[in-house]
Design a protein around this ligand. Structure first.
Ligand SMILES: [Zn+2]
Length: 286
């Protein structure tokens, strides 16, 4: 499932491609024909993300709300010129003279009112990728919960944007026992997790892939600092994962393999609907 960094990157691409221009909006598949008609020919004011929700404001206070769900993809590519063929089930197509954006397989694609946008946002926890995020709101909910921290990190009402990869990896990075109830998590541990996500998730936006291992994080941060990451960011279309970094993690999808730190076998268990991966020796903290 696309995690929050994917949606923030998408918002950035939509702004770069369509902001301030009149956009031809259609639904080649037909399922979103009515919604597309409401937006067709309007100017895109601004696209933004909150967690896994995309909000694109068009003139006239019409908002497009998209949630990619498990398999959705929203690619934004340079206009190849001429007629652009429709490949697969394109729910929504955005088009201007220079760019084409094709949305396939979302769980949500709807035109909503500003009031509805506020309602959706009010249900979401703080998003580490947003400047206006308040980590204390998440701590408030975590510190009162008997649910495990691994489950809480996936709950979008507690924390918005984090999905299964970031949840597993960040708990390992801080050596936190994933089954520890939220109310036993030390506030200092939560701060460290939050600060880490605030550092890690922009790298996901910049490179179109999740980077959590220390050596790769260092390389990615250096590339952001010296400006060389920008070319990678521009090349990511949303059609597939970025490939600047070898796809490797501390734990994610490494069931049965040795922990990279202590050598014990990486374990897995279904938690909050997704496979949790953890190391029983390294992760004992709270
Ligand atoms: Zn270990």
């Amino acid at each position: 499932m696309p995690e929050g960094h994917t949606i923030h990157a998408l918002a950035g691409r939509l702004n770069g491609a369509f902001a301030a221009s009149a956009v031809a909006v259609s639904s080649p598949q037909g399922k979103f024909a009515d919604g597309a008609a409401l937006l067709d020919g309007l100017r895109l004011v601004d696209a933004s993300a909150w967690g896994k929700h995309l909000f694109a404001e068009f003139e006239g206070e019409r908002w497009l709300n998209v949630h990619l769900g498990l398999i959705g993809k929203f690619s934004v590519m340079a206009h190849p010129g001429g007629h652009i063929p429709v490949e697969g089930q394109v729910r929504l197509r955005l088009l201007n003279d220079s760019w084409v954006g094709d949305l396939r397989g979302p769980t949500v694609c709807a035109v909503v009112t500003p009031q509805k946008v506020d309602q959706i946002r009010a249900r979401l926890g703080p998003d580490p990728l947003r400047q206006d995020a308040d980590p204390d709101l998440a701590l408030y909910r975590i510190s009162r919960s008997a649910r495990s921290i691994a489950e809480l990190l996936m709950d979008q009402a507690v924390l918005a944007g984090v999905g299964n990869v970031y949840r597993c990896e960040v708990l390992f990075r801080h050596r936190v026992d994933p089954f520890r109830p939220g109310r036993q998590i030390l506030p200092a541990t939560w701060r460290a997790i939050w600060d880490d996500l605030v550092s890690l998730m922009p790298l996901g936006v910049a490179f179109g892939q999740i980077v959590t291992m220390d050596d790769q994080v260092a390389d990615a941060m250096a590339a952001v600092a010296d400006g060389s990451a920008a070319a990678t960011t521009a090349a990511v279309t949303g059609a597939r994962l970025g490939n600047r970094f070898e796809r490797r993690f501390y734990l994610y999808r490494r069931t049965g393999e040795p922990c990279r730190v202590c050598g014990r076998t990486v374990r897995t268990q279904l938690l909050a609907g997704r496979n949790l991966f953890w190391c029983g020796r390294c992760q004992r903290g709270r």
